[in-house]
Each structure stands twice: as structure tokens, then as C-alpha cells.
Write a protein that binds this ligand. Structure first.
Ligand code: SAM
Length: 266
């Protein structure tokens, strides 16, 4: 179990730590495991879905670093360090790639600092994407991200933690306006499935027990990409985005519950 510290509230669950439970990590507490258990009772596929989310992250970062020449990654809602983080994938392709991790949860900074101590091209910042202007002005962000050069802005598994009245679309717009032409936006999100009532039940459970977890329709997700050129194969179930291995059965919940895609700012 994770050791507690005064900055880490252990009496209320957090999204970063519940996701850590799904990924089989050790940086979580009883309150987080209770939420994860409630979610898994509704949708047992969630552990596989979390792995699909990590796998598309690896494929997209590798693609953008290797094929599109992207050298800067702003990973928003990056979560706790896990197996193969963004900087490891990007810097495997280009050791000079810069990566800034941003998360609202102070546990991410606490654990990130330790693994990044000797990596001058990577940093972790505690900030709230609901205040995107503040985030973009942070000196730690500016030290590694040059906003005159194309950036990959990663919103992977984070926008579903914003309620509609927190205006995630407007947040994406502010970020998009700050990025130069040729920048990329990489988004994944829970998806409402018309034929799977558990996708609605999960939203209810997460809102009740965690306080966030908005399951959006494909049309709502597509709106995040307004004005961007979506890279093939489009906004698709995560395992179908340029898979390394063919996906034999794309009809299952674990394949379809999260949707993701990459858009390029023209
Ligand atoms: N991006 C990682 C991935 O997909 O593997 C982690 C995703 S995890 C499900 C969502 C993360 O978003 C959590 O670490 C949570 O703390 C963070 N988060 C939620 N709301 C946030 C906000 N308003 N600002 C910054 N981070 C936030």
C-alpha cells in the first residue's frame, strides 16, 4: 500500500489512484479500491480497458515522435507513473524529446519526481486543466515547452473527469488556440454505448462514489475535434487505432467502451 503523507488525502478516493488500482499499481488506498470494486462489479472489463488506454498512448506517442517529428509532449492528467510512461516512449525515439506531465493530484508529483530526478527533459507539474490559461503560463511548463513549435497535447482519459458545466470543450479550445499550426491533440474518453446499459450504470456509480466520470456519446466526443484534421483511422475504439496486432473481435465492451483519436491543428 502507498505510504501516506500530509499532502495526500487518503480518506477520499481520487481518479489517479482508482486508475492505479485498475492497472494493478500499489499507490492506492482502501477508499480507492472500494470505488474500483464498485466499477468492476458493473463492468468487469475495466482492467482490460485501462490496458487498452495505455497501449494506444504508447502507439500514438511513438507515431508522433517517429513519423511526425513531434519533440514536445504536454501530457495533461498524466496519472501516476506506471509501466512505460510518455517520456520513456518519446525519448526512446528521440532522447531529446521534452515531456511535461500535468496532474491535479499531488500524489502524481510526489511519485513522478522520484523517477524523473535525473531526466532534464521531463518534468511534473501539479495544476488544474480547468484553468488552462494558468497552466499554460506556468514557468515549469514554459521551461520545457516552446509554444512556437508544434506540440502534442495529450488529454488521455481526463476529459471524462470534467462535468459538462466545467466546459471541457472550451478548455480544449483554449489549449488549441495556444498551440501553433502542426500541433496534435490526442484524446481518449469513456463512450456511451447504446446497446450496453452498463456504460450508463458506470457513469452513475462513478459520479456517486468518485464525483466524476462522464460517459459521453460519440457525437459529444467528435465535438472535441472540431476544426482539427483527424488522422486516419479517425475517432475509433482504442484498440482499433493503428493496432500493432490485428483485433480479432471488435464487438466486445472492452474494445468499444473507450474511444480515442488524434487531431492535427491545420
Ligand atoms: N492519462 C493517463 C492515462 O490515460 O493512462 C491517466 C488517466 S487517469 C484515468 C485521469 C487523470 O486525470 C488522473 O490522474 C486525475 O488526477 C487527472 N485529472 C482529473 N481532473 C483533472 C484536472 N482538472 N486537472 C488535471 N488533472 C486532472
Amino acid at each position: 500500500m502507498a505510504e501516506s503523507s500530509p499532502q495526500i488525502p487518503t480518506g477520499v478516493p481520487t481518479a489517479a489512484r482508482v486508475y492505479d488500482v485498475m492497472l494493478g499499481g500499489k499507490d492506492n488506498y482502501e477508499v480507492d479500491r472500494a470505488v474500483a470494486a464498485g466499477s468492476l462489479a458493473i463492468m468487469p472489463e475495466l482492467r482490460d480497458i485501462a490496458l487498452h488506454n495505455r497501449a494506444i498512448l504508447h502507439r500514438v506517442v511513438r507515431h508522433l515522435a517517429a513519423e511526425e517529428g513531434i519533440t514536445q509532449f504536454l501530457d495533461l492528467g498524466s496519472g501516476l507513473p506506471t509501466v512505460r510512461n510518455t517520456h520513456e516512449v518519446a525519448q526512446e525515439v528521440n532522447p531529446a524529446a521534452h515531456v511535461v506531465y500535468v496532474d491535479i493530484d499531488p500524489i502524481v508529483l510526489a511519485h513522478g519526481r522520484a523517477i524523473l530526478a535525473d531526466n532534464a527533459n521531463t518534468t511534473v507539474v501539479t495544476a488544474d486543466i480547468r484553468r488552462p490559461d494558468d497552466l499554460l503560463e506556468r514557468p515549469e511548463v514554459r521551461a520545457l515547452i516552446d509554444f512556437d513549435k508544434p506540440v502534442c497535447v495529450m488529454l488521455v482519459g481526463i476529459l471524462h473527469h470534467l462535468a459538462d458545466d466545467e466546459k471541457p470543450g472550451q478548455i480544449v479550445q483554449v489549449l488549441r488556440d495556444a498551440m501553433p499550426s502542426g500541433s496534435f491533440f490526442f484524446i481518449t474518453n469513456f463512450t456511451r454505448l447504446g446497446d450496453a446499459p452498463e456504460s450508463v450504470a458506470l457513469e452513475r456509480q462513478l459520479l456517486e462514489q468518485l464525483g466524476s466520470g462522464r460517459v459521453r456519446t460519440p457525437a459529444e466526443l467528435a465535438a472535441f475535434f472540431d476544426g482539427l484534421e483527424i488522422l486516419p483511422p479517425g475517432l475509433v475504439p482504442l484498440p482499433l487505432w493503428r493496432p500493432d496486432e490485428p483485433v480479432l473481435d471488435a464487438s466486445t465492451i472492452d474494445v468499444r467502451f473507450m474511444t480515442g483519436g488524434v487531431g492535427r491543428k491545420p
